[in-house]
Design a protein around this ligand. Structure first.
Ligand code: UD1
Length: 367
């Protein structure tokens, strides 16, 4: 069986890592042999946004790097499509495996489906209901053309069924991102990040990068005004995404001295920073999941989430995007102690193995 998998942007790397491990583990003891090639699209290309993750998570060097770099959505998507097509034509894989919801995901899937290559989508079926999010469009379109859809929460399967995806294509397997977290949690505990940042005592963590939050200067100024206020009660550490860094500078948005802006962190350092935090405030998808497993209170600074299980089961709360609402929600957590939560079903470290087992079984049936 020949499989090409794709990783392009930072949130893909921790999802691909356990899959490459599970494929290698399968090949070591069982048949059929899975010939596996890893493609990096180059959507993210900085050392801090990409290379460090490969190193820390032990992901093999990509077999092919498309080197696309940044650009508008159209330019980035088109360039990935143009560069993946000859790769698929040359290698003629049985399957293309894509993860998550970034531009690399839909771009590669769209080329594969036209060439008759079957598509595996890992983390299928998540829906925020907000079609203004570029990732939501990527999710809907990728799922519509996928042949095997692996989901992280039961509601995702319901979303797919509602959209007409046949039940036999959908497999609830758990969360590969949590496979990575559980595998590296002990190592992350050894990180000396807190000493390096001079952190003593309680602190909060902030991440922001969604276009809807950071591209509009009024919205970004409102968020920073709320965070500045929260930082009077709790010092905040803010690893800044390149997009956000440039928006903060371009618009001259004031940032309190109690908010420490730091470079994007590697996986282990960021896991350490999250796991010891009193509170996390974010607009990321993955961080909602990670804080749920770590049992750390998370305020999601968005109107909707595609990961509702982190709210129903986990420690995540959606906060209305208003200055006062954010301050009140943060104070509630600081005054009221930790939010309790439980770990969602099958977020147990075994998702990647389950995916490989299903894949092998399916190939055996000639599917
Ligand atoms: C992308 C994903 C988003 C994911 C996020 C994580 C899409 C539609 N969005 O958004 O789902 O949560 O990654 O980071 O695919 N840049 C650098 N260095 C890099 C990468 C990017 O400086 O290594 C710059 C780009 O040049 C661009 C900006 O950051 O100016 C945004 O990068 P881009 O990949 O377009 O989208 P993200 O906002 O990162």
């Amino acid at each position: 069986m020949k499989l090409i998998s794709v990783a392009g942007a930072r949130p893909n790397f921790m999802k691909i890592a356990p899959l490459t491990d599970a494929i290698a583990a399968h090949n070591a003891v069982s048949s059929p042999f899975i010939e596996h090639l890893l493609v990096h699209t180059g959507q993210h290309y900085d050392r801090l946004m990409s290379d460090l993750f490969f190193k820390e998570l032990g992901i093999p060097e990509p077999d092919i790097n498309l080197g696309v770099g940044g650009g508008s959505h159209a330019v980035q998507t088109a360039e990935i499509m143009r560069r993946i097509e000859p790769v698929l034509l040359e290698h003629r894989p049985d399957y293309l495996l894509v993860v998550g919801d970034v531009n690399s995901t839909i771009a590669c899937a769209l080329v594969a489906v036209k060439l008759g290559v079957r598509i595996i989508h890992v983390e299928a079926g998540l829906r925020s209901g907000d079609r203004g999010m570029p990732e939501e469009i990527n999710r809907i379109l990728t799922d519509a053309i996928s042949d095997l859809l692996f989901t992280t929460e039961r509601g995702a399967g319901d979303n797919l069924l509602r959209e007409g995806v046949p039940a036999d294509k959908i497999h609830f397997v758990g969360n590969v991102m949590i496979d990575t977290l559980l595998r590296h949690r002990a190592r992350a505990e050894q990180s000396d990040l807190l000493e390096r940042l001079g952190i003593a005592g309680e602190y909060g963590v902030v991440t922001l990068h969604r276009p809807s939050n950071v591209d509009d200067p009024v919205q970004l100024a409102m968020l920073l005004s709320a965070l500045n206020e929260v930082s009077a009660d709790l010092p905040l550490f803010f690893p800044v995404h390149p997009r956000t860094r440039s928006r903060l500078t371009d618009h001259g948005i004031p940032v309190s001295g109690a908010i420490r802006l730091v470079e994007p962190l590697g996986y282990l350092d960021f896991l350490k920073l999250q796991s010891s935090a009193r509170l996390v405030m974010t607009d990321s998808g993955g961080i909602q999941e990670e804080t749920t497993v770590l049992g750390v209170p998370c305020l999601t600074l968005r109107e909707s989430t595609e990961r509702p299980v982190t709210v129903t089961h986990g420690t995540n709360r959606l906060v209305p995007l208003e200055r006062d609402a954010i301050i009140v929600a943060a104070r509630e957590i600081l005054d009221g102690g930790p939010i309790s939560g439980r770990i969602p079903e099958l977020w147990d470290g075994g998702a990647a193995e389950r995916i490989v087992a299903i894949l092998v079984n399916n190939a055996g049936k000639g599917a």
